[in-house]
Design a protein around this ligand. Structure first.
Ligand code: HEC
Ligand code: HEC
Length: 202
């Protein structure tokens, strides 16, 4: 009996402890400080800053958490930006950006699309690279339910920088090394090709 109660309590804790539900309306006001770089609707106007429009709440909350911890994903600008955010703030802001949508594809190099598409859709059997779409979705929408990020329409420079950061280990916040085990098998050309294909998705 005691055991049953304990299991029941643990279950309750697990359910209530998984995620705070974000409130998009509250998040809109709280995200004002983010809009200067990421765009007020998450469509960042310049490639130096990633688009957040349509990005899923769970992923945004995790990144805010990781920037705050400043260990597995470090960025001096974002470290300062998230310092004062509570978990509830992060959830609200995440809910707000998730409710927006990517307005446009990003600029891409047409000559790299075919090679990029091949990797994104089918991976590379020879080198053991899995198809990106298995986790990031056929059109780059990600998987909101499990917090896998949306990639579609993102700036080439940003996507490429993240792939390189996973490869050189400066970004290591991917649970179970999901991304690091993939990029170690990719060449610079592969990464550039797939980053251009991703920019073309919407
Ligand atoms: C001064 C510019 C600036 C401001 C203001 C800013 N950011 Fe950022 N943000 C960046 C940069 C630069 C990056 C890319 C960091 C990297 O390369 O890892 C980033 C990355 C992010 C990411 C990761 C995106 C991804 O796809 O992984 C999230 C989430 C984020 N910012 C949320 C916020 C939130 C929430 C706020 C407001 C509280 C905010 N940012 C304010 C510059 C800014
Ligand atoms: C097995 C699942 C899986 C596969 C396959 C996969 N990814 Fe990922 N990817 C993830 C997860 C999970 C994350 C988020 C890591 C984190 O928590 O920050 C991620 C993050 C990323 C990011 C960073 C996004 C951002 O906004 O900062 C990029 C870029 C990316 N993946 C590209 C790719 C490409 C290109 C491929 C194919 C060559 C690929 N992924 C295949 C699971 C996967």
């Amino acid at each position: 009996m005691k055991k049953l109660i304990l299991v029941g309590l643990m279950f309750l804790y697990a359910v209530s402890g998984t995620a705070l539900a974000g409130d998009a309306a509250a998040g809109k006001a709280k995200s004002a400080a983010c809009g200067g770089c990421h765009g007020f609707d998450g469509n960042s106007p310049i490639p130096a800053y990633p688009k957040l429009a349509g990005q899923n709440e769970a992923y945004i909350v995790k990144q805010v958490h990781d920037f705050k911890a400043n260990t597995v994903r470090q960025n001096p600008i974002m470290f300062g930006m998230v310092a004062a955010l509570s978990d509830q703030d992060a959830a609200d802001i995440g809910a707000y950006f998730q409710a927006q949508s990517v307005k446009d594809v990003a600029a891409f190099d047409e000559t790299k699309l075919a090679a990029g598409r091949e990797i994104y859709k089918g991976g590379n059997m020879q080198t053991g690279v899995p198809a990106c779409q298995a986790c990031h979705g056929p059109t780059g929408g990600g998987m909101a339910g499990i917090g896998y990020p949306q990639l579609g329409g993102q700036y080439v420079d940003y996507t490429l920088a993240q792939l390189k950061a996973f490869k050189d280990g400066s970004r290591k916040n991917d649970d179970k090394n999901l991304m690091r085990t993939i990029v170690e098998k990719m060449s610079d050309e592969d990464m550039a090709a797939v980053a251009n294909y991703i920019a073309s998705l919407k």
